[in-house]
Design a protein around this ligand. Structure first.
Ligand code: PMV
Length: 510
């Protein structure tokens, strides 16, 4: 059998770059989402290059992931996770250092800052987002300009499942056949399914007793069931792809659940056996089955750990949350990390930019705007409200001012607000700024923090019908300003949390 080392793969991938010659002095940074496999990767045909026995398919976990910054500096590597320095003798630091050795030139060192909302090493796929974000950050640091395919191959060298975290949405990691793994990388499936919800059920955040790498090796070597796995995985993959194409949720959920149970059956049958489930895991599985018996389409999947990911549709979220109040719900298709926001100090002076999602995970103060479109109606003033779409990453389904958003770097507030008003409401109007205010709020259900310097703008229209963008807005209505003020006191739960503050500023100005 031909054998290739990681260093040779890296050399091959970087052959057309000026590796290490150009370095971005301000470092490289990137966000990558975590992912959960609906058809699992379990077993390597080449443990050095993390080449899998089977293809796998995952869905990215919305706002769960890692934001990683890397700089080449210092006389030793220093790694930080959420601001705390990592002991250089820890398993985590050693794994990271070994991976970075593939890329460093002699005598160089790195400072790596990882901000993550995925618990490390507890079976919540922290290595998937971690290595994907890291290779993307290196790509920026060294100006490699690599394709997603090459980034997926490099991420795979860190952790198999990381090959899928260079994309969002549904992602297939094709197993490939080549000994060098150049055909073993992930591709993004075209289909979106915004109504899909994944609920992460944390059963235990303790470090798992056996790493997935070790458990995989032991399973492949010793489980008498392993022979049946490639065929099962192939069939499950085909069914999941069919389910995605047809938006057949029951087929998707049932197949994903069976696939996870089959993977755990292999793991359990290794010698010596490995059991990741805890009593609470089984209790939660029983609860899922009971809900299904009561006709609720809900399924689960389980990685190499005791925690579960529940699969359900947006319309059933309230019932699911009643059954699992501790559930952390993610919207896999709320694709909001690609946009950048402008970071500011409290005087609204620009201090940098940041991926939108990373800014909201870390609660970094950034520039935003809120627009009120007004009209005169029988001597009163009315305001156009929008109801946010069910797919928004926070404050979904709530009523709010006409539109909100974030200006891009170098974009004037007014131009940004007029752009966004057209994108969301299909309305062209000229706007003027009246005020600004600071607001901070934590959205615990989705683990996001808004910390905004919010510019309030107003504009007028005579129109009545608006070709709204249904990805953003589900409905709109005109309401008398004073009636809105009164309803906000009586039914605050119907409205976004920032609306009262913005409205007060508006009322003071009129
Ligand atoms: O990427 P690794 O080596 O941590 O393996 C991940 C294995 C599973 O999470 C259990 C399955 C998968 O496909 O993600």
């Amino acid at each position: 059998m031909l054998i290739m080392e990681k260093t040779e793969v890296v050399k091959h991938i970087l052959r057309n770059t000026n590796h290490g010659q150009f370095i971005n002095a301000s470092g490289g940074s990137s966000w990558a989402p975590s992912n959960v496999a609906l058809c699992k990767y379990w077993g390597k045909r080449d443990p050095e290059l993390n080449l899998p026995v089977t293809s796998s398919l995952s869905i990215s976990l919305g706002n769960k992931g890692s934001f990683t910054q890397i700089k080449q500096e210092g006389t030793a590597d220093n790694y930080f996770v959420n601001g705390a320095i990592i002991d250089s003798t820890s398993k985590f630091a050693q794994r990271l250092q070994k991976f970075l050795d593939l890329f460093r030139s002699r005598g160089t060192h790195y400072v790596v800052n990882i901000e993550t909302n995925v618990p490390i090493a507890s079976g919540f796929a922290s290595s998937a987002c971690g290595f994907a974000a890291l290779v993307q950050a290196l790509n920026q640091l060294y100006y490699w300009r690599l394709s997603k395919k090459d980034l997926s191959i490099l991420a795979r060298l860190g952790s198999g499942s990381a090959s899928r975290s260079v994309y969002t949405g549904f992602v297939e990691w094709q197993k490939g056949e080549d000994y060098n793994g150049m055909d073993s990388y992930a591709i993004r499936l075209e289909h979106n399914w915004p109504q899909l919800r994944i609920g992460t059920l944390a059963i235990s955040l303790q470090e798992k007793p056996i790493s997935s790498t070790e458990a995989m090796q032991r399973t492949v070597k010793t489980s008498s069931l392993y022979n049946s796995w490639p065929k099962q995985a192939e069939q499950d993959l085909a069914n999941i792809k069919l389910a995605i194409a047809r938006k057949d949720f029951v087929l998707l959920g049932q197949t994903a659940e069976n696939n996870a149970l089959a993977m755990h059956a292999l793991i359990n049958s290794a010698q010596p056996p490995i059991i990741y489930s805890l009593p609470e895991t089984i209790a939660a599985i029983v609860r899922v089955q009971e809900l299904r018996l009561a006709n609720l389409p809900i399924f689960f999947t389980q990685d190499a750990g005791p925690n579960l990911q529940l699969l359900f549709l947006a319309e059933h979220e309230p019932i699911v949350l009643r059954a699992f109040p501790e559930l952390n719900v993610v919207l896999p298709f709320a694709d909001n990390h690609v946009e950048q926001v402008v970071l500011v100090d409290k005087n609204d002076t620009e201090i940098g930019t940041c991926e939108k999602l990373a800014a909201h995970i870390q609660g970094k103060l950034h520039r935003a705007f809120s627009v009120f479109i007004l009209r005169k109606h029988n001597d009163n003033i009315e305001v156009l409200l929008q109801q946010r779409s069910a797919n928004k990453y926070h404050s979904a389904n709530l009523w709010s001012n006409t539109c909100c958003g974030h200006p891009r770097l170098g974009e004037e507030i007014i131009a940004a607000a007029e752009r966004r008003l057209y994108e969301e409401m299909g309305l062209n109007a000229s706007l003027q700024e009246i005020e600004q205010f600071h607001y901070m709020a934590k959205f615990t259900a989705v683990d996001l923090i808004e910390n905004e310097l919010d510019h309030v703008l107003i504009g007028f229209t005579d129109l009545n019908d608006f070709p709204i963008n249904l990805d953003e807005v589900q409905n709109y209505r005109w309401i008398d300003l004073l009636e809105l003020y009164a309803d906000l006191q009586q039914n605050p739960q119907k409205y976004t949390i920032w609306l009262p503050q913005a409205l007060n500023l508006l009322l003071q100005r009129l």
